[in-house]
Design a protein around this ligand. Structure first.
Ligand code: NDP
Length: 262
């Protein structure tokens, strides 16, 4: 008798925050193609509807729940609605984030910018992971020990990031959070890792990629000789969600075409 493929995600439920576009949608599409049930949490309902239609077009069971990750009540409501519809949460891809717009010298940086960055990128992940981990712990008590936390960090964590320091520090915080969660929640069968994208073509980077100066600086340093695309995150998402990654935890997985090792 043939057994199912180890990367077959049938029967698993994953949440992707910020899954209605960019890297989040690349993750959601990959998970959907592997048979995972997918819940998108984001604010823009028009974009979320279109994303769900894409996932359903791939044959997936998918739904969107309107959610602002900075609002604790909104996250808790999305978690309850996800569990009510899909029967649990096996994976939390805490991916929603902001990039902070253009570069501004540290001396000019406004406290409001600083606070907003921390609110979305760090408090957002805090609320989302806490809601998911509470559910994963409950599930583990009934033998469903399949929890996965994946936090979207950035290669900005690996470098000195001039004039966008508040972004970099939130991303460093997320890599750290993945390591800490991996230690506390291993007893419930939960793994936690950081996904570390390099420069990737999404709405967030549109302005950046239009700059010839930027492209001329970054492309020669990128061994793959191209920027990343949301599709580049599908494979790693499937692996991290699968049973094959059960012993892979506390790590940061870099997807950047080799930029950071060059
Ligand atoms: P996009 O701007 O394309 O996507 C950001 C997503 O986050 C959107 O789906 C948006 O949905 C959601 N989001 C933003 N704020 C909130 C909020 N308060 N509540 C809920 N959802 C929110 O960017 P990317 O796909 O590029 O970025 C995804 C992640 O990848 C981010 O964490 C980013 O820092 C990281 N990253 C990106 C890189 C790149 O080069 N693109 C490089 C390294 C890391 P909505 O507006 O509908 O809420």
């Amino acid at each position: 008798m043939r057994t199912s493929h180890p990367l077959d995600l049938s029967g698993k439920v994953a949440v992707v925050t910020g899954g209605n576009g960019g890297i989040g949608l690349g993750i959601a599409r990959g998970l959907a193609q592997a048979g995972c049930q997918v819940a998108i949490w984001a604010r823009n309902t028009t974009k979320s509807k279109a994303a769900v239609a894409q996932l359903q077009g791939l044959g997936a069971d998918a739904a969107a729940f309107q959610c602002d990750v900075t609002a604790r009540g909104s996250v808790q409501a999305a978690a309850a609605a996800t569990v009510a519809q899909f029967g649990g949460i096996d994976g939390m891809f805490a991916n929603a984030g902001i990039g902070g717009g253009g570069r501004v010298s540290f001396l000019e940086r406004q406290p409001e910018d600083w606070a907003e960055m921390i609110n979305v990128n760090l408090y957002g992940a805090f609320h989302a992971c806490q809601a998911a981990l509470a559910q994963m712990k409950l599930q583990a008590e009934t033998g469903r020990r399949s929890g996965r936390i994946v936090l979207t960090s950035s290669i900005a964590d690996h470098f000195g990031t001039a004039a966008n320091e508040h972004y970099a520090l939130t991303k460093a915080g997320l890599s750290s959070l993945a390591r800490s969660i991996s230690v506390e929640f291993a007893r419930y069968g939960v793994t936690a890792n950081a996904l570390v994208p390099g420069y990737t073509e999404t709405e967030m980077t549109t302005g950046l990629f239009e700059s010839e100066k930027f492209t001329k600086a970054v492309m020669p340093r990128t061994p793959a000789r191209r920027f990343g695309t949301p599709e580049d995150f599908a494979g790693i998402a499937i692996y991290l969600m699968s049973d094959l990654s059960a012993y892979h935890t506390g790590d940061s997985l870099v997807i950047d075409g080799g930029y950071s090792v060059n």
